[in-house]
Each structure stands twice: as C-alpha cells, then as structure tokens.
Write a protein that binds this ligand. Structure first.
Ligand code: ADP
Length: 149
C-alpha cells in the first residue's frame, strides 16, 4: 500500500494545489491531504473552513482523505503509516526551502519526498497572492477550484 501525505496550509486551497493532487493521484494507493498548523503564517481561513472545502472538493475521490495535524510532518507520516510526502515546486525558491526539509525527513524518518513541478500556467499562483486579492475584494474564481455540486 503506497500512502502519501500532501501537507500544506491550503489557506486557501488553489488551482495550483488541485493540479498537484490530481497528478499525484495515479502514483499512490492513498493520499492524505493534511492541513498543518503553520505558526509562521497568520491564517485567513480557520482550519475548520479549510477542511470543509477540501471535504467537499474530494468527496467523490475514494483514494483521498482529509485531515489536520500539528507537530512534525515526519511524525505525522509515521502515525499514518505513510512512506511518502508530496510537495509542489514552483521555482528555485521553493526548491531551496524544501530540499533540506526533505533531506531531514529522509535521514531521520526514512520518508521519501516526491517533488512535482507546477504546471507552467500555475507557477505564479500562491495562497499568499490569493489572500491578498481576497483582502482587497478581488475576483478569486480563476485561482480557486470550483466546488462540485
Ligand atoms: P505550506 O504552508 O506548507 O508551504 P502551502 O499551502 O502554501 O503550504 O503549499 C502546499 C504545497 O503546495 C507546497 O508544496 C507548495 O509548494 C505547493 N504549491 C503551492 N502553490 C502551488 C502551485 N501554484 N503549483 C504547484 N505547487 C504549489
């Protein structure tokens, strides 16, 4: 059973995140989308709201489960018996941030991180930018996935 954790703040969950989830889906038996408590970022949406959106988005995907976690992602992977972490990479800045974390998770936890490059038309998209647009009352529909009815 190949189980991957897809951790993130997802504040909010964007079309960039969705692209990574859908492309990761064929690679694993199960994917756990895990909303982390990131102490470095002041949240726009409460965790409960982010979880609710994710539940609605993926209600028809039997391979995907949604949860929240705090603490080290490596420890959470062990609890979930997940061997993999999936992270999206938009640019070199993402890579420089992610590489030492992935190396630490491998060395200390034996957890492999699978990096997926963003689709070119989504590499500019970040939750930070979407939060800024939301704060100023901008139109978010091209950045945020539609909830299926
Ligand atoms: P974190 O707070 O852990 O960085 P985010 O919610 O910002 O969490 O992002 C979760 C993951 O999704 C990260 O691996 C991030 O690089 C990736 N990601 C965010 N936006 C995009 C995008 N537009 N394309 C590809 N990956 C993305």
């Amino acid at each position: 059973m190949k189980r991957a954790i897809l951790p993130g703040s997802f504040d909010p969950f964007t079309r960039g995140h969705l692209s990574i989830v859908m492309r990761a889906l064929p690679l694993f038996d199960q994917i756990v989308i895990a909303v982390g408590h990131n102490s470095d970022k002041a949240p726009m949406n409460p965790i409960a709201h982010r979880l609710e959106i994710l539940e609605q988005l993926f209600k028809n995907e039997s391979k995907i489960s949604i949860t929240q976690y705090s603490g080290l992602t490596m420890d959470f992977c062990k609890k979930q018996q997940a061997q993999f972490i999936v992270r999206g990479l938009r640019n070199a800045q993402d890579f420089n941030y992610e590489q030492p974390i992935a190396q630490t998770n491998l060395e200390l936890g034996g957890i492999e991180t699978i990096f997926m490059s963003s689709e070119p038309h989504l590499s500019h998209l970040s939750s930070t930018i979407v939060r800024d647009i939301a704060k100023h009352g901008g139109d978010l529909h091209s950045f945020i996935p539609e909830i299926p009815q």
